[in-house]
Design a protein around this ligand. Structure first.
Ligand code: GTP
Ligand code: MG
Length: 363
């Protein structure tokens, strides 16, 4: 899963990237404004994995991960005539966005529009994305209508429903709403437009870079679309904290009266917003978190581990994480009959611990 960190020049994208990933990239008071991409992979913190590790004492523990991409160079006007080249690729490839909005005041850091105005900045980039999607929709509509004009009744049967769908998307964009608010899109429709990489269809976490203040984010901005979230984060401080070891982190947080890091919250929200959940596998060798979409069945979950496990799927032994924790051990859980056997139709739940029984294919 890939999330793109975007924002106006000098909003603190690279600082937030450092805070989220523990990287130590250089930040600069004068923005180069250049297209530039940095990537890092982070573990998704999960106390359930910590507890399972304490219980099984495995040789290794593997957390679920998220890839964050710091994408520099976005600004007003970037989508004039349509996004181009590498920029377009990077933005279309990510599964969702973290938009950094500057709220910090610092005279040594110039703002591209001279004043600090989080609402204006947020609307500016949101509008760029709307315009970019509008161009995509219009191009598509034109091609589809051309096909009808040229081929008439001989046009592919998918053309008419596609025109209808594109007109619905256009109506949403015309109303200056992002496509992610549309609750009437079916799964098939979403699938049919996946290839166009609509930017406003992707989930969005707005991270307000609060600077050094402890004010609440709600006092600065609101952002209440479906499939989006709003988080306040003290960029510079959290980037410094991310460089410390566990003890140092603890001390620093106590000193600043920070109970929950904004960075941890962004990472958890990233997971939640993408409608992703975790199941676990456990044993002496490895305790591991795996990522699956909501609604995935047991064989689909098996396929995430290895395609052979999906092909040869027989049954899944399932323990609910809470049951295991309450029982205290796997043996105790089995003795009270809480280990379940589930078949192909079973829909995996967040926190299930699976052991897949499968048949090896014989060639
Ligand atoms: N005072 C203060 N300065 C900050 C904070 N966050 C970032 N900065 C400063 O703002 C400047 C720009 O930060 P970057 O993280 O490089 O911003 P950016 O969005 O990556 O900039 P470009 O990639 O050049 O567009 C740097 O000098 C940072 O130190 C903050 O929370 N407080
Ligand atoms: Mg940067």
């Amino acid at each position: 899963m890939r999330l793109g960190i975007i924002g106006l020049p000098n909003s603190g994208k690279t600082t937030i990237f450092n805070a989220l990933t523990g990287s130590d990239l250089e930040t600069a008071a004068v923005s180069s404004g250049q297209f530039e991409v940095h990537t890092a992979v982070v573990n998704v913190p999960d106390t359930r994995i910590d507890q399972l590790t304490a219980m099984y004492k495995p040789k290794r523990t593997i957390y679920a991960t998220i890839t964050y991409v710091d994408i520099g160079g976005l600004d007003k006007g970037i989508s004039d005539g349509g996004l181009k080249g590498q920029f377009r690729n990077e933005l279309q490839q990510v599964d969702g966005f973290v938009q950094v909005v500057r709220a910090f005041h610092d005279e040594t850091v110039p703002h591209p529009y001279n004043t600090v105005d989080p609402k204006r900045d947020l609307e500016t980039l949101d509008l760029e994305f709307l315009l970019s999607d509008m161009i995509t929709v219009e191009n598509r509509l034109q091609k589809l209508n051309d096909e009808i004009r040229i081929k008439g009744k001989k046009a592919e049967p998918v053309v008419l429903p596609q025109i209808e769908l594109m007109n619905r998307l256009k109506a949403t964009l015309d109303a200056e709403k992002p496509l992610r608010v549309m609750s009437d899109l079916t799964e098939d429709e979403i699938k049919s437009i996946r290839g166009y990489g609509f930017l406003t269809l992707k989930p969005m976490i707005v991270v307000v870079n609060m600077g050094e203040t402890a004010a609440s984010v709600e006092s600065i901005l609101t952002y209440q679309h479906p499939n989006s979230a709003l988080v306040g984060l003290r960029g510079k401080i959290e980037a410094e904290i991310a460089q410390l070891d566990a003890d140092g982190k603890q001390m620093f947080m106590e000193e600043y009266g920070i109970t929950e890091l904004g960075a941890a919250r962004v990472i958890q929200l990233s997971y939640a917003l993408m409608s992703i959940q975790s199941f676990f596998t456990v044993g002496e060798d490895e305790v591991r978190a795996w990522r699956i979409p909501m609604g995935a069945t047991a064989p689909e979950a098996a396929g995430v581990i290895h395609s052979d496990l999906q092909k040869g799927f027989i049954r899944a032994e399932v323990m609910a994480y809470e049951d295991l924790l309450n029982a205290g051990s796997e043996a105790a859980l089995k003795s009270v009959g809480k280990m379940r056997l589930e078949g192909r139709e079973y829909v995996v739940k967040d926190g299930d611990i699976l052991n897949i029984r499968f048949q090896k294919s014989i060639k």
